[in-house]
Design a protein around this ligand. Structure first.
Ligand SMILES: CC(C)(COP(=O)(O)OP(=O)(O)OC[C@H]1O[C@@H](n2cnc3c(N)ncnc32)[C@H](O)[C@@H]1OP(=O)(O)O)[C@@H](O)C(=O)NCCC(=O)NCCS
Length: 256
């Protein structure tokens, strides 16, 4: 996947203007590295690059990772073009997995409606992050399969995000859930979030086990009949010298 660059400057010169048209006879576009904020101007002086209003696609999550069964899994942030892959993904999840994820038996048609998937795949990377796992190193292949999706949704007005995840049934138990969760914890720390929350059914032993392995603390909510999981990121950062809670963060820093 190509790295995004800033368009530092577009120079158009000269212009031919008539009643109903405008023609540029010559134009040049100057690009700067996506991570640069202070850059060398083409004149040799240092110039500031203005941050764009919309955060660009975060390429830093893209990595190949090998599952417990030896499958090469591509992990990356979700993108709008993933909509057909998500539709196909939902064909391959059981009713039980859907129920434990959505706390309801949300039907396939509802899960894959264009309205919903527009919100799922077109995200504001400033506010939310969703990672997908794809079976295969090259996802330009037409048979590329989306096998899991995990998301952090920032709650309004507080530095807390809610975690959710769905792994397709055939790929459960291969470490994908834990891997995606660890990546999202790293992301939350890099974003300066205070905590991550997750709401889990008491019967969802696998999810509870993974969350606790990563450091979440559980409390049972009797009234709602759910397990509430909470990860205090600031506390965990202080404890990070303990190798048992070491996280496998992406290597590049977040650019903006
Ligand atoms: C829960 C879920 C996300 C886990 O993902 P996954 O990729 O299967 O998880 P992993 O393979 O990383 O880890 C599963 C762990 O749970 C353990 N586990 C599985 N079943 C278990 C059970 N009944 N009791 C205790 N632990 C269990 C596994 O042994 C493994 O732990 P280990 O790596 O220490 O051996 C996945 O099963 C899923 O998508 N379920 C449906 C949706 C859902 O429940 N979402 C969570 C609500 S937000």
């Amino acid at each position: 996947m190509e790295k995004w660059n800033w368009i530092r400057e577009i120079e158009i010169n000269p212009l031919l203007v008539s009643n109903n048209s405008l023609v540029a006879l010559d134009a040049r576009v100057i690009l700067h590295d996506a991570c640069s904020m202070d850059v060398d101007d083409y004149t040799g002086q240092t110039a500031k690059v203005i941050r764009p209003a919309i955060r660009p696609y975060p390429t830093q999550y893209e990595q190949n990772w090998v599952s417990k069964k030896g499958r090469v899994i591509l992990i990356r942030a979700i993108m709008p073009e993933d909509e057909p892959l998500v539709v196909d993904f939902h064909k391959r999840v059981s009713e039980e997995s859907v129920y434990t994820r959505f706390f309801s038996d949300m039907k396939y048609e509802e899960r894959t409606s264009h309205d919903r998937l527009t919100r799922v795949c077109h995200i504001d990377y400033d506010r939310d992050i969703a990672l997908v796992a794809l079976d295969g190193e090259k996802c330009s292949d037409s048979d590329c399969k989306l096998v899991a999706a995990a998301r952090l949704t920032k709650e309004h007005g507080v530095d807390v995000a809610e975690f959710s995840i769905l792994v397709s049934d055939a790929y459960q138990g291969q470490g994908i859930g834990e891997k995606l969760l660890r990546e999202l914890v790293c992301h939350a720390k890099a974003e300066g979030l205070h905590a991550i929350e997750a709401i889990v059914m008491p019967s969802n032993r696998a999810m509870i086990h993974v969350l606790e392995k990563v450091g979440f603390e559980a409390s049972y909510d009797k009234e709602e009949g759910v397990v509430k999981q909470y990860l205090n990121l600031q506390k965990q950062s202080e404890e990070e010298r303990d190798p048992s809670v070491q996280l496998s963060c992406f290597t590049e820093p977040i650019c903006i």
